[in-house]
Design a protein around this ligand. Structure first.
Ligand SMILES: *[C@@H]1O[C@H](CO)[C@@H](O)[C@H](O)[C@H]1NC(C)=O
Ligand SMILES: *[C@@H]1O[C@H](CO)[C@@H](O)[C@H](O)[C@H]1NC(C)=O
Ligand SMILES: *[C@@H]1O[C@H](CO)[C@@H](O)[C@H](O)[C@H]1NC(C)=O
Ligand SMILES: *[C@@H]1O[C@H](CO)[C@@H](O)[C@H](O)[C@H]1NC(C)=O
Length: 398
C-alpha cells in the first residue's frame, strides 16, 4: 500500500480544485487506439509471447493515410523508453509524429510495449498483482534478451520479410544494444538501427538530481527490499485527470508541470505546455523498480554491464564477482546515433564512448539545436526539421 499514500493525498486535493480546465488539448484523455483512429489511420493489436512467458502487445499501423496495402511495405519496429509506451510515437499527430510519418512514407509501422507496461501487463502463468515479486523481476536486460527478439521474430513471421528497421528512444536503444551483444544472431535481422538519445554508458550523467539519487544506491536498494516495491509508476486514470487539471493551459500549476518534465529531461521550451496533458494521458505507463536500480548501477559503475547482485550473489549468477560487461563489439548491425547537447540523460561523453566502440556505425549526428533535450526527441515542436526528417531519410537510403 506504500505507494498509494502519496497518491491518495493528491487525489484528495483534487476535490478542492475546479475540475474542468478552460482549455484542454483535444487529444487529452485518448489512448493509442483512439488517437490513431481519430487521425484516420488503421491500427491493429498483436499479442506476442516471450520465451519466459510474458504476453506483449505490439501495435501496428500497416499503412499511411493515403496509401493502400498492395505494395510491399518494409517493417519498422519503434521501441519506446522507460515509463513510456507505444502511444508516444504517435501522439504528436499526423505530419509530426515519427510513427505516423513512417506510415505515410510507405513503411509498415510496429510499435512495441515493454513487459509490465500498460498494454503488456500480462503473463502466461504469473499475475502482475498477486505475483508482483516474480512478475516485476526484470530490468532492461530481460527486455533486451527476451522481448525484442520475440517481437522481431513475430514481425518477420507475419510479414514474410527477412529484416526490419529498428528505431529506439532512450531505453529503447539500451534494450537493442543488450540484444545485439547477448544474442548476436539477431544483428543479421536488422537493416538499420536508428538510436535516438542513445543510452548504454551512463558514467557522465548530466542530470544532477538523478545523479544524487544514484549516489545513494545502497540506501535505495535497501529501502526497496524492505518495502517490497516491485512495480513502479503504472498508469492510473487519475494520472490522466491530474495532468488535465494541473497541467492544462488555465491551471496555476502549469509551470510546475513543465518544471517536472524539464528537471528529468533538461531545461528547454520545445515541448508545448498545452501538450503536457496529452503526454500524461498515457505516461507514465509502468515499469519495474529493478529497471531503475540497473540504470543507477550504470551511473555509479560507468560500466555497461548486466545486473549487479552484489559480490556473493554475482558469483552464483555469473560465476564472477562483478557482473559481466555487455560486449559492444558484437553489435554488428548498422547503427545510426542521434544525440543532443542538452540531453540530461545521455551525456555527450557517454555517447562518444559508445560511438567509438560500435563496429558498424553508419552515422552519428548531433541534433542541430543546442537546447534539444531528452523528451524533445519525441515531443519537440520542431521535431520534424531537427530530427524526424533525418531519421526518415536514413531509413529510405538503407
Ligand atoms: C492525403 O491526401 C489528402 C487529399 O489529397 C491530402 O490533403 C493530405 O495532405 C494527404 N496526407 C498525407 C499524409 O499525405
Ligand atoms: C529474480 O530473478 C533473478 C535472476 O533471474 C533470480 O535469481 C531470482 O530468484 C528472481 N527472484 C524472484 C523473486 O523471482
Ligand atoms: C495558453 O495560454 C497562453 C498564455 O495565456 C495563450 O497565449 C495561449 O493562447 C493559450 N493557448 C490556448 C490554446 O488557449
Ligand atoms: C567495471 O567493469 C570492470 C570489468 O569487468 C570491473 O573490473 C569493475 O569492477 C567494474 N566496475 C564496477 C564499479 O563495478
Amino acid at each position: 500500500m506504500y505507494r498509494f499514500g502519496a497518491i491518495l493525498l493528491l487525489v484528495g486535493s483534487i476535490g478542492t480544485i475546479p475540475l474542468k480546465p478552460e482549455f484542454l488539448h483535444p487529444d487529452a484523455g485518448l489512448d493509442i487506439i483512439e488517437l490513431v483512429q481519430k487521425y484516420g489511420y488503421p491500427i491493429e493489436s498483436h499479442q506476442v509471447q516471450t520465451e519466459d512467458g510474458y504476453l506483449l502487445t505490439l501495435h501496428r499501423i500497416p499503412r499511411g493515410l493515403n496509401n493502400t496495402l498492395e505494395t510491399t511495405r518494409p517493417p519498422v519496429l519503434l521501441m519506446h523508453g522507460l515509463l513510456s509506451s507505444s502511444v508516444d510515437w504517435v501522439n504528436m499527430g499526423p505530419g509530426t509524429a515519427l510513427g505516423l510519418l513512417l506510415a505515410d512514407n510507405g513503411y509498415d509501422v510496429w510499435l512495441g510495449n515493454q513487459r509490465g507496461s500498460t498494454w503488456s501487463r500480462k503473463h502466461q502463468t504469473l499475475d502482475p498483482d498477486t505475483d508482483a515479486e516474480k512478475f516485476f523481476n526484470f530490468s532492461f536486460h530481460e527486455i533486451g534478451y527476451f522481448d525484442i527478439p520475440a517481437k522481431i521474430d513475430y514481425i518477420l513471421d507475419t510479414t514474410g520479410q527477412e529484416k526490419i528497421f529498428y528505431v529506439g528512444h532512450s531505453q529503447g536503444t539500451t534494450v537493442f544494444f543488450v540484444m545485439a551483444s547477448e544474442r548476436p544472431e539477431y544483428n543479421a535481422k536488422i537493416r538499420l538501427m536508428s538510436a535516438l538519445a542513445p543510452i548504454a554508458y551512463m558514467g557522465h550523467l548530466p542530470n544532477p538530481l538523478i545523479f544524487q539519487v544514484a549516489e545513494h544506491y545502497d540506501v535505495i536498494n535497501t529501502l526497496v527490499e524492505i518495502l517490497h516495491i516491485h512495480e513502479f509508476l503504472p498508469h492510473y486514470d487519475f494520472i490522466t485527470e491530474l495532468g488535465e487539471t494541473f497541467c492544462s493551459n488555465s491551471s496555476d500549476y502549469r509551470d510546475a508541470c513543465y518544471w517536472i518534465l524539464n528537471i528529468i529531461a533538461g531545461f528547454d521550451s520545445e515541448v508545448d505546455p498545452d501538450f503536457i496533458p496529452v503526454i500524461t494521458s498515457n505516461a507514465p505507463a509502468g515499469s519495474c523498480i529493478k529497471q531503475f536500480l540497473h540504470y543507477f548501477q550504470e551511473i555509479k559503475s560507468s560500466n555497461f554491464s548486466q545486473y549487479d547482485y552484489g559480490e556473493d550473489e554475482n558469483d552464483a549468477h555469473y560465476g564472477q564477482k562483478t557482473p559481466p560487461l555487455y560486449d559492444t563489439s558484437k553489435i554488428t548491425a548498422p547503427v545510426s546515433l542521434h544525440y543532443a547537447s542538452n540531453d540530461w540523460l545521455a551525456a555527450l561523453e557517454d555517447v562518444e564512448r559508445l560511438k567509438n566502440e560500435l563496429p558498424n556505425l553508419v552515422n552519428a549526428k548531433l541534433v542541430p539545436f543546442d537546447h534539444f533535450n531528452h523528451l524533445d526527441f519525441l515531443w519537440a515542436r520542431h521535431v520534424v526539421p531537427y530530427l524526424n526528417n533525418d531519421v526518415i531519410e536514413e531509413i529510405k537510403s538503407n
